[in-house]
Design a protein around this ligand. Structure first.
Ligand SMILES: [Zn+2]
Ligand SMILES: [Zn+2]
Length: 347
């Protein structure tokens, strides 16, 4: 059989079409992975809503995949059929200024599998061997695919961008799919105290269980004030914004003390409006974006998972079959920032 089942995006505001398409050809430098699990993500919802434009259409979505190697091109070495692998969706050129500096996530020629190249919401996906990371035997496929984006994105933001240090305080704005993992990672990195801010009681409860020392319901309390009440008059060392709203970025900037670092990972179309320039300058506040991750970071997360230091057992809230992918996307669209993580594991 030369065809496979795949979920393809045709145009915005249309459900993905489940159809049979040819299995990708494997060139000498390619690897064909049989997909065992693929996360459904808020980024997929952005594509469906017409807020992010895929590289072409129809395109197979799915950028959080893992599985086993089915076939390898003749020039590929270091891997064999049957190997369990996680797919890094960030496909880099390896040659540009940023690639040479080890900054995969801002490669000038970056393409994302599942957004610019056919992705893993299908029975098979073709990838470059340098986008593969071995999945440890002790980590399930369902949890392994979380390491690619849901956890790697906040990991990159906290480690590479905020350079969060042990004993530093942090406020995390928006503790949904990304933020809840930021709480776990901040704890693992020794940050203290960790304050979670959200407008969902359920999300805040989960943040407490995940390791937040304090929670603030932004519907009931002004976050910068609430944060100072809990951590002291200077505010926090680091603020992570996972919402992508101008108001939340402003709150994050107002929550850090002198020398504070504010990192934004939430995507959004609004224009930023911040505090007075002089105050910003005199307090030497750093405001930065953080996009995606580096392949090494996925590997580090998988090591943390394999050694049981990072427990993601509560992160996969539901597994579904590929046929149910549109229902999952609708659910995510209705509840943006939901901590629900849905993974396709039946194709
Ligand atoms: Zn994602
Ligand atoms: Zn590059």
């Amino acid at each position: 059989m030369n065809t496979m089942k795949a979920a393809r995006f045709y145009s915005p505001n249309q459900p993905l079409k489940l159809e049979h398409v040819p299995i990708p050809n494997v060139g000498p430098n390619d690897v064909l992975v049989e997909v065992k699990a693929c996360g459904v993500c808020g980024s997929d919802v952005h594509i469906l809503k017409g807020e992010t434009f895929p590289g072409f259409s129809p395109i197979i979505l799915g950028h959080e995949g893992c599985g086993t190697i089915k076939t390898l091109g003749e020039s590929v070495s270091g891997w064999k059929a049957g190997d369990r692998v996680v797919i890094d969706c960030v496909t880099t050129c390896g040659n540009c200024f940023h690639c040479l500096g080890g900054r995969d996530s801002i490669c000038l020629n970056r393409k994302l599998t599942g957004i610019h190249l056919d992705g893993a919401l299908a029975q098979y996906v073709r990838v470059q061997p340098r986008n593969l990371i071995a999945l440890p035997e002790t980590v399930s496929f369902e949890q392994g695919c979380l390491a690619t984006d849901a956890v790697a994105t906040p990991f990159h933001a906290l480690k590479a961008r905020a350079k969060l240090q042990a004993c530093e305080s942090i406020a995390i704005f928006g503790v949904g799919g990304l933020g809840i993992h930021a709480v776990k990672l901040a704890r693992l990195m020794g940050a203290s105290p960790i304050v979670a801010v959200d407008i969902s009681t359920q999300a805040l409860e989960r943040a407490s269980v995940a390791g937040a020392d304090a929670v603030i319901d932004a519907r009931k309390e002004d976050p910068p004030e609430g944060i100072r009440k809990r951590v002291g008059p200077l505010g926090v060392h680091v603020a992570l914004e996972c919402v992508g709203r101008a108001q939340t970025v402003r709150s994050a900037v107002e929550s850090v003390g002198p020398g504070g670092r504010v990192v934004i990972v939430g995507l959004g179309a609004e224009m930023l409006q911040l505090k007075g320039i002089t105050e910003f300058v005199r307090s030497e506040i750093a405001l930065m974006g953080s996009s995606a991750f580096e392949i090494r970071e996925i590997q580090e997360i998988l090591s943390l998972m394999a050694s049981k230091r990072l427990d993601l057992s509560s992160s996969v809230t539901r597994t579904i079959s590929l046929d149910q992918v549109n229902e999952a996307l609708e659910e995510l669209a209705k509840r943006p920032g939901s901590v629900t993580r849905i993974v396709v594991n039946r194709f």
